[in-house]
Design a protein around this ligand. Sequence first.
Ligand code: AVJ
Length: 330
Amino acid sequence: MQPLLCTDAVRVESYVGPKDERSLADDVLDGLTRPFKELPPKHFYDAAGAELFDRICELPEYYPTRAERAILEERSAEIVATTGAAELVELGSGTAAKTRLLLRAMAEAGTLRRYVPVDVTEAMVLECADALVEEFPDLRVHGIVGDFERHLAHVPAPDGPRIVAFLGGTIGNFPPGSRRRFLRTIGKLLRPGVDHLLLGTDLVKDPDVLEAAYDDSEGVTAEFNRNVLRVINRELDADFDVDAFEHVAFFDREREWIEMRLRARRRMDVQVRKLALKVAFAPREELRTEISAKFTVDRLRADLAAAGLELRAVLTDPEDLFALSLSARK
Ligand code: AVJ
């Protein structure tokens, strides 16, 4: 592996290449030719999508980011004390905004050694590596530019007691079967008896509160949802009339997840030129763009157990909106 960057304190390796454009092409080809059209949520996040997501996190209706941050502010010291963590591996690290709270607690406990961010956006990994070694003089950063669903095998062997953090509630984007499979894959990064998973999960609550979080009054989430069509237009030379799709978000009370969809306002034929594909939408036909599962502690424990992990602690905010949990490999 030829590292992208290698200094005394920072090493960044990249595993993203031309194949990754393929994954959008494959997902569009599969997803838009199904009887019920569907696209995976990971394609929301180009530069514009990442910016829209940052705006979502600031919305009064979107509580998960604030609630998770509040838990980390209150409990990071305790998390570090109970795990003895020297190393933090973070899946989908982004700007590492919330991570700083954990790194600071590790530095204060005198255990901080290494941070291993895993993120698809190269600039994010490089910039946060730079800023963090500046902020924490003894820290080493081993960054992985890659897709956490495909490149976890490139995470280096542990260097001291490890926390693998998967924050924000992104585990909720996985449907139940693949969720358990992915948790099992994460488990392989953990040594039994030594390492821990720190998992952020949104909790089941009043459907009105949930639905408002995914259908805000300013329409930011609607723009975020429609952004996936702009990504396809640009990357695959498609001609979606983006504004001809209406944002739909609802809580499925049976499955206990939020679903986001895009509903065609009229009949449409869309050309996806790079794939030589024509996609027809009937009036009011819906395209599913995201599921975001909400958890009870019992379901969380069951999912972890099915993946070979044992739930050790659940930390929540004062309003019980969101949970951070610690678990260990069985
Ligand atoms: C980044 C997946 C945790 O599911 O709440 C926010 C994405 N979608 N608003 C979530 C999202 C609509 C978010 N995650």
